[in-house]
Design a protein around this ligand. Structure first.
Ligand code: TYM
Length: 342
């Protein structure tokens, strides 16, 4: 198990996670989720998905969605996911997701879906609220349960969705009177270990790609100078002490977490090292640059046409082969007549 991961009793056998191809991926997405995907690929059978169906829950420009989907797949590889080890695929390339999504909608309740805080947040800010935005967690449950995932590496903000997924799985297992669905464990690092990377401008809220102020987030595509500038401007506090204290020093604590994850130093080591914020911020900036530069370089190399398309074609086949038995078994248990081939 990765050193920063929460300890869980279930052995890690199968891992599923997804990221939306919404263009702007932040350092939060990387440190909270993607970085753990890279670690987990050598410990379990892993499926990493570009969740384009989820992205469609908010309006998308078709050209941008197309590009962002391929780019996110490239980024998975550039970040260190080996397509010969883990399965990388696009959600809509495996039709089982859409079908299972419906079956999850009819297996979940309006009441429990209405309690999802992420829907309430997004609906408040959205220009249009699609029905899919509301049923989004049912599709997420479908993604996970289709692969019988034992663990789901995500950031803190996905916790409630995972709890819903577990509730649905437990309920269906009870109805079928067998352990048909694997009940997935969240694999969420604590805040100190990247589970919740905070905004650089308002360190009491999470770093988010949808924030209006670009200084509040670092994009994985930001060039070194932009990264340096954003970290220099990051909100801190009035004293000069580099010390981990989420409550009273949220800005400094967040930068410490970023530095710790980018360099491998512990928070204690970092705390003892600095006298004031100047050199500290410089070191954070250089550590982020050093982490992202190689990813950006590999990303560019993967832009040659054909490379990612082939990875995704293979990934879709592997994904479908893994999900189909679960979908079939589930439909059988629901009493649906299987299609016979002529
Ligand atoms: P998405 O695309 O919003 O975010 C991708 C991943 O990044 C994590 N994350 C963060 N972690 C730490 N600090 C932050 N500031 C931060 N911001 C984002 C998210 O927690 C997530 O892990 N619903 C999912 C996508 C999804 C999925 C799934 C995930 C669809 N189906 C099945 C797991 C399993 C989402 O919107 O992630």
């Amino acid at each position: 198990m990765a050193e920063n991961a929460p300890s869980k009793s279930t052995p890690i056998r199968r891992v599923f996670s997804g990221i939306q191809p919404s263009g702007k991926l932040t350092l939060g997405n990387y440190l909270g989720a993607m970085r753990n995907f890279v670690k987990l690929q050598h410990q379990a059978e892993c499926y990493f998905c570009v969740v384009d169906l989820h992205a469609l829950t908010v309006p998308q420009d078709p050209k941008e969605l197309y590009q962002n989907t391929l780019d996110l797949a490239r980024l998975y590889v550039a970040a260190g996911i080996d397509p010969n080890v883990a399965t990388i695929f696009v959600q809509s390339h495996n039709p089982d997701h859409a079908q299972m999504g419906w079956l999850m909608e009819v297996s979940s309740y309006f009441g429990e879906m209405s309690r999802m805080t992420q829907f309430k947040d997004k609906a408040r800010k959205a220009e249009v609220v699609t029905t899919g935005l509301f049923t989004y967690p049912a599709l997420m449950a479908a993604d996970i349960l289709l692969y019988q995932a034992t663990h789901v590496p995500v950031g803190e903000d996905q916790k409630q969705h995972l709890e819903l997924t577990r509730d649905i799985a437990i309920r269906l297992n009870r109805r079928f009177q067998e352990e048909f669905f694997t009940v997935p464990e969240p694999y969420i690092p604590p805040q100190k270990a990247g589970g919740r990377i905070m905004s650089l401008q308002d360190p009491t809220s999470k770093m988010s790609k949808s924030a209006s102020d670009p200084n509040s987030y670092i994009l994985l595509s930001d060039p070194p100078d932009v990264i340096r500038k954003k970290i220099k401007r990051a909100v801190t506090d009035m004293d000069r002490e580099v010390r981990y204290d989420e409550k009273n020093k949220p800005g400094i604590s967040n930068l410490m977490v970023i530095l710790s994850l980018c360099t491998g130093q512990s928070l204690d080591e970092i705390a003892g090292k600095y006298d004031g914020y100047g050199q500290f911020k410089k070191d954070v900036a250089e550590a982020v640059v050093a982490t992202l530069e190689p990813i950006q370089k590999r990303f560019k190399e993967l832009s040659e046409p054909g490379i990612i398309e082939e990875i995704l074609a293979k990934g879709a086949e592997k994904a479908e082969a893994a999900s189909r038995p679960t979908l079939k078994g589930f439909m059988e248990r629901l009493g649906m007549v299987p299609r016979r081939t002529l």
